[in-house]
Design a protein around this ligand. Sequence first.
Ligand code: HEM
Length: 391
Amino acid sequence: MRRCPYDPAPEYARLREEAPVSRISFPGGGTGWLVTRYQDVRAMLADPRFSSRQGTTAPQVRPVPAALPEPPPGALLRLDEPEHRTYRRPVMRAFTVKQVTRLRPRIQRITDDHLDAMERDGGPVDLVAALALPVTSLVICELLGVSYADRGAFQGLAGRLLAVDISPEQSAQDRAALAAFMTDLVAAKRRDPGDDLISALIAEADADPDSPLTDHALTILGALLLIAGHETTANMISLGALTLLDHPDQLAAWRARPELADRAVEELLRYLTIIQFGLARVATEEVTLGGRTIRAGEMVVAALPSANRDPLMGLADPDRLDITRSPAPHLAFGFGPHQCLGQQLARAELQITLGSLFARFPTLRTAVPTAELPFRDDMIIYGLHALPVTW
Ligand code: HEM
């Protein structure tokens, strides 16, 4: 368990020292391995002998199903090579540095509109509801061609699907609702294409008889992008803002030198590593990792928050937040073939929202003590359920 809202559980430090690849029992039954060192996590995530197909979300805190059904087409997170790359490649093109650079003025506009509204309405406001969630949701909606008016539907589903205590029945029900929402969207784009990613992928699939992008695959892919594309970054925005408010020397450094935005965001991503449970893989054959023998069929979990604080990752004092340090090769976006597809978009959103927020409100402060804030200890993606601020 966390003792400080910005630090991972202190037990990780002991495990890295004494048992970097250690046996764990999952709360919902079964056993597996927990990998806590930076080098071992990197090696594991890049190793094709560890499969994502039977990997389940956050087995440390959620029941492990006896057997997962076959992954549907387009379910990037659960596919292995070479199938995985046939779906990832066409989508990747929309998320390159170049494409994201084109989106920056639009992200800035959306951010400014929300900061204007905050200024107009006055504090205190909940920064999650007033800035973090609407900016990231609007950006991914525009990109995919989803109507922002439908945000109530998918934000609610995302909120539940990422909770650690969701029941299998509720999870199945929510997944079905999300699939139905995306099926309607793909059908609507087929009838009436727009200037958006889903329409572009439909056109690409129609032009290539060998394309794996069936309408069914597009609904799965689209749902992943929609959920992964706003929850993660929204939590990084609110938690990043709070972290800076609680580290005034770091905030002062960013305000004095706005050109530090790149470094500051990279350091916040590393320091906070919000994917707090998972990532899970299953060994397809016997593998030696960190001196331990993992047998075929065993589940292995990479603890990203631990890896990014490992003294052996080569950073001076990794437990210290230092937004001026040279960007570290951190693992907050994962590593290997499944490394986050939306990372350039996330970086741009974080640089723009956090930079603009602190420039606009020089006296920004939290409206309740940090100890009383609702942290997301109960979610796979760490962050805040709400962040009341004033100025
Ligand atoms: C701060 C924000 C974000 C963080 C910390 C984050 C983190 C991650 C991590 C750790 C993975 C690897 C999962 C694994 O290996 O099993 C991942 C994958 C992924 N992320 Fe992100 N993500 C963020 C933002 C985004 C955004 C904005 C998008 C959307 C456009 C996105 C889309 C995806 C997709 C589609 C995958 C699956 C890639 C694959 O399996 O090939 N993420 N993300």
